[in-house]
Design a protein around this ligand. Structure first.
Ligand code: NAP
Length: 253
């Protein structure tokens, strides 16, 4: 990538646990240095972050861990400025941070809808806009947005989440059209049910019913998603842009 004496730099939002931590580790194994973001800076979060950071460092990456709220534009701006000054341009941006606040639409409060949009979608716009400046200057970069099958098919009880994830697909395709001429690709990955804290909160009955609707009859692992993101981040995917890769084990929706 840009600077041949230095490893390429990948920034993973929400990179301390779940899918984000697996993506960070895989990118470290693939030769990237890393910026890992998370929201919480409390003791437990720090403990989890330390494990994730240590794993990436063991894989040979220089790791820069920064906690900030990706739904806050000013915080994103300050973080990208600091990262660029300390580590240089971001080569690969993975917009992974996400939350759920489920409920049926008729009962969903406007704040509940807006909060999920802010964290899952606005954040990706903020981070892509800010990181694209450096990518444009170096005329290369990859933006990978973690969407969801909920954004492709919709999902009862997730009006906010599905809207945010569908919005990410529109954002991805638009970025690919606006920045393709600058050597920047933008793609989305749409996971199905993946075994993380997000799905461990589901009742057992829901989990069993969901598995019956999956061709492979199992939830995906975080490594199933990390491998696809690593492929999109690699030179093997240089000619892929504006795409949505659904990684759901054959989910009937
Ligand atoms: P997770 O285990 O709940 O982890 C979420 C991560 O996002 C955490 O690192 C969290 O940081 C971070 N985060 C949340 N709000 C943030 C904010 N405002 N600013 C900065 N960081 C924030 O989630 P996951 O299951 O790994 O999911 C990762 C992504 O995959 C999400 O976008 C999710 O929607 C998507 N996805 C997941 C599944 C699934 O089945 N799990 C399926 C489809 C799509 P803290 O640790 O500090 O809270």
């Amino acid at each position: 990538m840009a600077n041949e004496n230095k490893k390429p730099l990948a920034l993973v939002t929400g990179g301390t646990r779940g899918i984000g931590a697996a993506i960070a580790l895989k990118l470290a194994q693939d030769g990237f240095d890393l910026v890992i973001n998370c929201l919480n800076d409390d003791e437990l979060a720090q403990e989890i972050s330390q494990q994730s950071i240590a794993a990436c460092q063991s894989a040979g990456a220089d790791v820069y861990a920064l906690a900030w709220d990706v739904s806050d534009y000013a915080a994103c701006e300050a973080a990208v400025e600091k990262i660029t000054a300390d580590r240089g341009n971001v080569d690969v941006l993975v917009n992974n941070a996400g939350i759920t606040k489920d409920g049926l639409m008729l009962r969903m409060k406007p704040e509940q809808f807006q909060q999920v949009l802010n964290v899952n979608l606005n954040s990706a716009f903020y981070m892509s806009k800010l990181c694209a400046k450096g990518m444009t200057r170096q005329r290369s970069g990859k933006i990978i947005n973690i969407s969801s099958v909920a954004g492709v098919y919709g999902n009862a009880g997730q009006a906010n989440y599905a809207s945010s994830k569908a919005g990410l697909i529109g954002l991805t395709k638009t970025i690919s059209k606006e920045l393709g001429s600058r050597g920047i690709t933008a793609n989305a990955v749409a996971p199905g049910f993946i075994d993380t804290a997000m799905t461990q909160a589901l009742p057992e009955k829901v989990v069993e019913a969901a598995k019956q609707g999956i061709s492979l009859r199992r939830f995906g692992t975080v490594e199933d998603i990390a491998g696809v993101v690593a492929f999109l981040a690699s030179p093997a995917a240089d000619y892929i842009t504006g795409q949505v890769l659904v990684v759901d084990g054959g989910l009937a929706m």
